[in-house]
Design a protein around this ligand. Sequence first.
Ligand code: IPD
Length: 319
Amino acid sequence: MPGLTPAELDELLTFTTALARTAGELILEGSQAIQQASASDIGEKKNSVDLVTEYDVKVEELVKREIAAAYPTFQFIGEESYSAGSRPPLTDAPTFCVDPIDGTTNFVHAFPFACISIGLIDQRRPVLGVIYNPFLDHLYSGVAGHGSSLSRAGGAPQTLPLAPARPLPSLSQALVAVEWGSDRTAPAVTKKAESFTRLAGDPARGIARGRMAHSLRSIGSAALNFAMVAQGGLDTYWEIGCWPWDVCAGIVIAQEAGGFVTGGKDAPHDGDVTEGILTGRKYLVIRAIADTEGETGLEAQKRIAREWYDTVEDVPLDG
Ligand code: IPD
């Protein structure tokens, strides 16, 4: 099966962008409703921190319906459909990969960093992504081979990263994003806490292998963490335990902004997001880094990936 052509991707970008904005209106409506709702309107999936609302389901239904009408032959993988038992295997066919509300916890708490994330996979590789945060009216998009951009408050798209790439000598100079995720079992929480301690801690003040990064951030949305790395506001983002729909769109946007995306500690760190990495639930993304004398930006990104995995613990995946 031949892959999508540049002209088809261009048309798909127009479609996906409009769809993300429509979904954004429903997310904003949902936010108003959720702030008036009672606790019993907020559901739990795997545990009491893995939240779902009727709006996650409503937004996914809307998106799924519009996609089926416009692209009836395309496959669909969505967070809520997956939870409801629809788990089609990935094939070479074009496949939308959608998180209707990424950052559901933020959505429930009225912390304005939640978004719709619409990715498109073709030939088993992410090729297009649109991430829309309707609370801030920030729309990120990217198409393989055609760059990525950010449009704020309906303004003209600005190419990503927003400023020319800078060097990154080591993690000690980095602003890094991490997330606790929803697996709160002892092995996951302990290993993440050890990792966060080393990233933040001062090696000269008792933290063995401490990197003393500038600081650690958690936006609470994997998609928006990826987008912020693409933008250049974060140097790295690492998470274990999120899912392809959380990251699919962000992978394209980050890569097209010169970012380096890889998987867990044992993945080949060559920047190729294979099916194994896309579905592996372990992700590290590093922003574009400028070439310096004696080191290309790509070499620097691989060096930072090695430093990262010399620092953090691997974390077992939950079921
Ligand atoms: C979650 C968010 C969060 C990340 C979790 C994801 P959801 O997605 O992206 O930042 O830490 O791993 O599951 O549940 O809000 O769609």
